[in-house]
Design a protein around this ligand. Structure first.
Ligand SMILES: Nc1ncnc2c1ncn2[C@@H]1O[C@H](COP(=O)(O)OP(=O)(O)OP(=O)(O)O)[C@@H](O)[C@H]1O
Ligand SMILES: [Mg+2]
Length: 229
């Protein structure tokens, strides 16, 4: 099967005053539909930088990113928001929910730019929140939600646009183990049931049990540990 997402010799060097930080150095890997790729590595090893490049948020210094076989890393800036919206869902470590919007409105924001009616947006948001076990939290504001609930809203929002690929940066970082398992279960369901690809960076040891491949990254360089049986 053609990989959904492919990184070819991806490199990112940050210019920091007179210093150059080699955050990611020649990273190549692929992830196919139905697969979860886990990226592990110590703090500062380049995981978030790599995810940001994969999601077309950050331009690589060199190398290429291919989506379903098509190179996207050479597209002009004006094309990137559309690619991000259509192809990717993002889950960040720190939720990134809009504090003045309810859970349901947060999910709806991901649907705003689509040509669907307000009614359909409300229904889809409600369905997603229900699938995340939040049917009785839809009208809560983020401040009234627990960490696990907030992260589930963030996942519902990431899935709202029906992305091909979910990029999750430490999705369980601020959660206890029970809530963490719940999040991993949801990501697994998304990959296995819907045939989507998930790339997640995680320090959480239990993440390994959910991964189809594990890539370790150290000082920006990657080595594959998995596939896992
Ligand atoms: N905007 C930036 N400008 C300069 N250097 C940066 C920038 N962002 C990250 N870096 C550096 O790049 C390296 C990789 O950072 P990155 O955030 O990708 O690591 P990480 O593996 O996600 O770490 P953590 O596990 O702590 O989240 C680090 O040395 C960091 O200091
Ligand atoms: Mg990080």
């Amino acid at each position: 099967m053609k990989p959904l997402l492919e990184a070819r010799a991806l490199t990112k060097h940050y210019e920091q005053g007179t210093m150059t930080v080699a955050a990611v150095e020649g990273v190549s890997f692929t992830v196919s539909g139905g697969e979860i790729a886990l990226i592990i590595g110590p703090s500062g090893s380049g995981k978030s930088t790599l995810l940001s490049m994969l999601g077309c948020i950050l331009r690589p210094t060199s190398g290429a990113i291919l989506l379903a076989g098509h190179e996207v890393s050479n597209l002009p800036d004006r094309d990137l928001p559309r690619i991000r919206r259509r192809c990717f869902g993002f889950v960040f470590q720190s939720f990134h929910l809009f504090p003045f919007l309810t859970a349901r409105e947060n999910v709806e924001t991901a649907l705003r730019l689509r040509k669907i009616s307000a009614d359909a947006r409300r229904r889809r948001s409600a369905d997603l929140l229900e699938a995340c076990g939040l049917e009785d939290r839809m009208d809560f504001y983020p401040a009234s939600l627990s960490g696990g609930e907030k992260q589930r809203v963030a996942i519902a929002r990431a899935l709202a646009g029906d992305p091909f690929i979910l990029l999750a940066d430490e999705p369980t970082a601020s959660l206890d183990s029970a809530n963490g398992e719940l999040i991993f279960e949801m990501l697994r369901r998304f990959a296995k049931k819907d045939g989507k690809a998930v790339v997640m960076a995680s320090h959480d040891p239990s993440a390994r049990g959910y991964a189809d491949r594990i890539h370790a990254i150290v000082d920006g360089r990657m080595t594959e540990i998995g596939p896992i049986n």
